[in-house]
Design a protein around this ligand. Structure first.
Ligand SMILES: NC(=O)C1=CN([C@@H]2O[C@H](COP(=O)(O)OP(=O)(O)OC[C@H]3O[C@@H](n4cnc5c(N)ncnc54)[C@H](OP(=O)(O)O)[C@@H]3O)[C@@H](O)[C@H]2O)C=CC1
Ligand SMILES: CC(C)(CO)C(=O)C(=O)O
Length: 324
């Protein structure tokens, strides 16, 4: 398959590395020092499921050079969505599917403003990783799961088969991707709100009674918002969420908590900020998510000097008006 990765960081880099290793024609779209490193030294992936070393990869800053592909994996941070969605247009032909793995519930709609909505496929990524340094992706641990839409779509079916053959990806089509996205949204917003605000890995949060209570409040508010929005969590959801958190390595923090630690911009407006906004809209109290949103708002634009690490050109201002 011809596959393009838009945003070759933790998620895009993980998938692209495994698919390229399996022999697929993968082009990584990237920028800055990470692009230079990939063009010079290739791409490395460190993962408990097996390291990957690719001394040569196809990497570009210019999607127009790539031409039409079968699949575009869309995995930039949510504050970069608008620019990145516009940039992928030259790679999207009539048979292309754009599979978004971004967190939150806004990605499919955002992409659908720039590429044909019928070609956009939602996805929920269950993996924890980060871009450690230019050219090096780290997968923290645990099994990886990517639930995607396109249940009856032959192109997405071929992608599922390609991922199965590549191994250690765990991409599968689900019948109800909206439910999968909302379930991930509720679970992640609690996890990211708690690990970011408490500034701790999930293990300590589960053992400290007050922190654990806060995590539960975030979860319950998310469930109430989801129900009011017409996407109630299924029976047994609390046990499911608990098992997700208990099965993560205890040091695991959300990607937003890692961004907070590293002074990077935050996806706050699309996570706890989105819960806060939905709560207002739907008449559901969300005091814990509102506290996360307000307490972290000061840091939402990031605290790094913008050019030194290639973090320039962000679209975020951390405000809800920028959502979607
Ligand atoms: N990391 C994780 O553990 C998980 C992340 N997710 C979600 O997946 C999505 C992606 O996250 P993640 O992989 O962590 O993000 P990363 O920041 O690791 O990777 C995104 C990459 O995209 C690049 N990028 C952004 N815009 C462009 C552009 N226009 N052209 C070329 N490159 C671009 C960024 O470059 P630069 O650094 O220069 O900005 C960065 O290298 C997010 O929505 C996140 O919430 C979901 C599950 C787990
Ligand atoms: C919780 C997790 C790691 C899901 O796998 C995630 O989506 C994130 O940290 O952004």
């Amino acid at each position: 398959m011809r596959i393009a990765i838009m945003g070759s960081g933790a998620i895009g880099g993980y998938l692209g590395a495994r698919l390229a290793l399996a022999g697929h024609d993968v082009t990584f779209v990237a920028r800055g020092r990470h692009l230079e490193a990939m063009q010079t030294y290739g791409l490395q992936l460190e993962s408990p499921l097996g390291n990957v070393s690719l001394p040569h990869v196809k990497a570009t800053a210019t999607p127009g050079e790539v031409g039409h592909v079968d699949i575009v994996f869309f995995a930039v941070k949510l504050y970069d969505s608008g620019t990145a969605a516009a940039a992928i247009v030259p790679m999207v032909g009539p048979g292309t599917r754009v599979v978004t793995l971004q967190n939150g519930i806004d990605s499919v709609e955002t992409l659908g403003r720039l590429v044909p909505p019928s070609q956009v496929v939602g996805g929920a990524a269950y993996i924890s990783g980060y871009l450690k340094q230019p050219g090096l992706i780290v997968h923290v641990g645990g099994a990886t799961h990517f639930y995607v839409g396109g249940h009856n779509d032959a192109v997405v079916g071929a992608l599922e088969a390609a991922c199965f053959q590549a191994e250690n990806i765990g991409l599968q089509r689900v019948e109800d991707i909206d439910q999968a996205l909302w379930t991930k949204f509720v679970t992640l917003c609690a996890f990211s709100g708690a690990t970011s605000l408490i500034r701790s890995g999930i293990g300590s949060i589960l053992t400290d009674p007050e922190s654990h209570t806060f995590l539960g409040q975030l979860r319950d508010e998310g469930m109430a918002v989801a129900k009011a929005a017409g996407h109630p969590m299924q029976d047994g959801y609390e046990a499911y969420a608990a098992s997700v958190w208990q099965n993560l390595p205890p040091d695991t923090r959300s990607s937003m908590a890692n961004d907070l630690l590293n002074g990077k911009p935050l996806e706050l407006a699309w996570l706890s900020g989105r819960m806060h906004a939905l709560g207002n809209e739907l008449g559901v109290p969300t005091p814990s998510h509102t506290a996360v949103y307000r307490a972290l708002h000061l840091y939402a634009k990031g605290t790094l000097n913008s050019t030194a690490d290639g973090f320039s050109g962000r679209e975020t201002n951390g405000d809800l008006a920028k959502s979607g």
